[in-house]
Design a protein around this ligand. Sequence first.
Ligand code: PRF
Length: 376
Amino acid sequence: MKFKLENKDQHSKARAGEIQTDHGLIQTPIFMPVGTAGSVKAVHQRELTYDVKAQIILGNTYHLYLRPGLEVLEKAGGLHKFMGWSSPILTDSGGYQVFSLEGNRKIKEEGVVFKSHIDGSKHHFTPESVMDIQRTIGADIIMAFDECTPFPCDWSYAKNSMHLTHRWLKRCIDQFDNTSGKYGYSQSLFPIVQGSTFKDLRMDAARFVSDQDREGNAIGGLSVGEPAEMMYEMTDLVTDILPEDKPRYLMGVGTPANILEGIALGIDMFDCVMPTRNARNGMLFTSEGIINIRNERWKMDFSPLDSGFDSHVSNFYSKAYLRHLTISKEMLAAQIASIHNLSFYLWLVTQAREHIQAGDFTTWKNAMVEKVSRRL
Ligand code: PRF
């Protein structure tokens, strides 16, 4: 993997760059659609490429390990071949998913013991096994095994947890560096900065992670219920410490406004279930603001979902039609809404990139945050 920093904004920490992987180029800042179990829900691969214009998607170690399992993935020749996606893939380590199995998991020094949400069977994840699993899945970028602290969380819990994440990181790096990719292309390991909402811990974690000198770095443990201002404050502290010449990934973020503010704070990569999950509940993110498509207000509105940018689905179908499909529980509703929301997210980060390159990012961003946050 190679990262090239192309432009820096004069009035913020925003950057435009390029990540070259063996599965192609990623132009940053970028949003990565979430494809937890080998599918971006309700959106097939051709639509992801040609409508959404996704450059990289996410997979999840926990889900893929449980189903279809490693035997199938290895036999298929890795996740890219299995799902028919030849662009880059990033896999999350499963730590986050396992920790959200409240009551069904136990954290120890060695790793985590957990029960499957599918059949209740017992499994172990260790930093080593999670590296091996991600080697078998075959993502271009793989994540270290970390503990994501809940919010709120007291300082001493956050400190101990951060140190455990750091010891696990060392073990991930050892395992990763002593193994190689199984399918003939290279993989990169990103460590994760934790430290909850404590400035001293966040700074310690950012220094520790930077010292590992990997090809990119991530920030975890945010967007877990803390106020947005706190998330921005922590991100700002951490991006001041992380190396400038490597991509920075803010995990699980967020709303369109969160993403624009994250870009202004020097973040290059984002992922979130919000555009797809909320689409399935009838929430649309548009260039004019946020729409609940079930609302009576759209019953007779035959205008396009969004005419603010070029997208077949967003320009072609009307609000009234999507409202009807949603209320009738038609499967096409989830498809149209998901493609629209993802197209909008990808358009938004592409616009951010163009404004960084043009030198007017900050004024554009401030106006856009206001626009995309409105409830219509
Ligand atoms: N760690 C991992 N994945 C994550 C997170 C984390 O802290 C978050 C937090 N927003 C989302 N996904 N491994």
